[in-house]
Design a protein around this ligand. Structure first.
Ligand SMILES: NC(=O)c1ccc[n+]([C@@H]2O[C@H](COP(=O)([O-])OP(=O)(O)OC[C@H]3O[C@@H](n4cnc5c(N)ncnc54)[C@H](O)[C@@H]3O)[C@@H](O)[C@H]2O)c1
Ligand SMILES: O=P(O)(O)OC[C@@H](O)[C@@H](O)[C@H](O)[C@H](O)CO
Length: 386
């Protein structure tokens, strides 16, 4: 079986490529990083090591790679694939959609076999978003056939894979934990299920639980850590005040998730504590600037800060630590992150009130907005006086 995977980066090699290879797929990576593509072509294999005491290692073999700019070959690979997956970043999906669409057009003329396209991004409805981008490139006739032969089931993926600093540029160190959940109800009849993937009827509770626990807690640790001068999540979590604030945030999202989806409260509390332990994994070095990357995306209405804060508020819960985390995100001024630079220029140009409304969609007179701005001004004063 052939899988075409877009994005040979950290999660692409360290999780999706590894799991697909273990499930019996020949994996063809597609990436625009030329040196990465050429190394994968030369070596056809790479090493994955686990961030545990034993430093267990695994070898992924028989992989191939294509340059994402070679649209003709990308389309050919998609046309012949048994599965297409992505881990490029949700904002990059629109850039890979053209190649996928060309592949689908060719495939529909030569094969009656169904194809599943799964976006493994940290976003609600990632595959659905990819489908919209792909369909924008398809002819009316192709769209009609694709409706019955091509499915885009949404997914949630969880495994912490930091930025890598190995001598071998293909090696990747990953945490031992992993979870890949795919929505079965949007799959086509007779679909082959991938070994190691957890299939569920409705993804919404799973993606919200993952995004609003793992990723909300993670970015809170990152933004608080950045503000206090810590370089890594592990260092930030060793600070008792930060660790307590991260836990408070997760208790707020937890209360919202338990009320919304009826999760068992005790089980959810264990889930939170397991995640806090994962953040502290002493065998990982995960930079706060990676975890805090793209603050505009992270503050956007459907992402890990704004959405749970507004959902909690709507339920009558007071999301005060989420508001604090949002204010810290507004203070993420890392000059090498293009979104952090854009965010800081917007705050300088519009003022924090308007910038906050612009990026989160929250009206200036909403109580959550008012509290975030209050926290922002207080934190800014503390930063100046320290
Ligand atoms: N790293 C993690 O811990 C983790 C865990 C779960 C989910 N994710 C999600 O997975 C996605 C990728 O994250 P990552 O950490 O692996 O990032 P990454 O930067 O390591 O990898 C992204 C890869 O995509 C490639 N890429 C960019 N534009 C492309 C294009 N047009 N065509 C093909 N390839 C392209 C990049 O060259 C890079 O190799 C993100 O959506 C992220 O939120 C990451
Ligand atoms: O990838 P992002 O930028 O959406 O979020 C950064 C991290 O929180 C994220 O990559 C986690 O490590 C991952 O989601 C764990 O499953």
């Amino acid at each position: 079986m052939r899988a075409v995977h877009f994005g040979a980066g950290n999660i692409g090699r360290g999780f999706i490529g590894l799991l697909l290879s273990q499930a019996g797929y020949e994996v063809c990576f597609i990436d625009v990083n030329e040196s990465l593509v050429s190394l994968l072509q030369q070596k056809a294999a790479y090493k994955v090591s686990l961030a545990n005491a034993a430093h267990d290692t695994m070898q992924v073999q028989g992989v191939t790679a294509l340059n994402g700019n070679d649209i003709d070959r990308v389309a050919e690979a998609v046309a012949d694939a048994d599965l297409v997956t992505t881990a490029v970043g949700v904002n990059i999906l629109k850039h890979i959609a053209g190649g996928i669409a060309q592949g689908i057009e060719r495939r529909l003329t030569r094969s009656p076999l169904p194809l599943h396209v799964i976006a493994c991004e940290n976003a609600i409805g990632g595959s659905t978003q990819l489908k919209e981008h792909v369909y924008a490139h398809l002819s009316e006739a192709a769209r009609k056939s694709a409706d019955t032969l091509i499915a885009f089931p949404d997914a949630a993926v969880d495994r912490i894979v930091p930025i890598q600093h190995h001598e071998d540029p293909l090696e990747v160190t990953v945490e031992p934990f992993y979870e890949w959940v795919v929505e079965r109800s949007s799959m086509l009849p007779g679909a082959v299920e991938i070994g190691g993937v957890h299939y569920v009827d409705q993804l919404q509770p799973y993606i919200e639980r993952k995004l609003f626990t793992v990723n909300t807690g993670h970015c809170t640790a990152a933004y608080l850590g950045y503000l206090h001068g810590f370089a890594t999540i592990q260092d930030a979590m060793a600070d008792e005040t930060i660790a307590a604030q991260v836990q408070q945030v997760l208790e707020e999202t937890g209360a919202m998730l338990v009320q919304t989806y009826g999760f068992d409260a005790a089980e959810h509390s264990r889930y939170i504590h397991k995640i806090l332990d994962r953040f502290r994994n002493p065998y990982l070095t995960d930079e706060v600037v990676r975890v805090g990357r793209s603050p505009i995306r992270k503050l956007s209405p459907n992402d890990r800060l704004t959405r749970p804060a507004l959902q909690a508020y709507a339920l009558g819960l007071e999301p005060q630590y989420l508001e604090l985390a949002m204010a810290c995100a507004l203070l993420f001024d890392y000059p090498e992150d293009p979104e952090a630079v854009e965010l800081q220029s917007a705050i300088a140009a519009l003022g924090v009130e308007r910038a906050l409304s612009e990026f989160t969609g929250i009206a200036a007179d909403h109580p959550v907005h008012i509290q975030v701005v209050n926290h922002y001004h207080k934190l800014k004063q503390q930063v100046h006086s320290s």
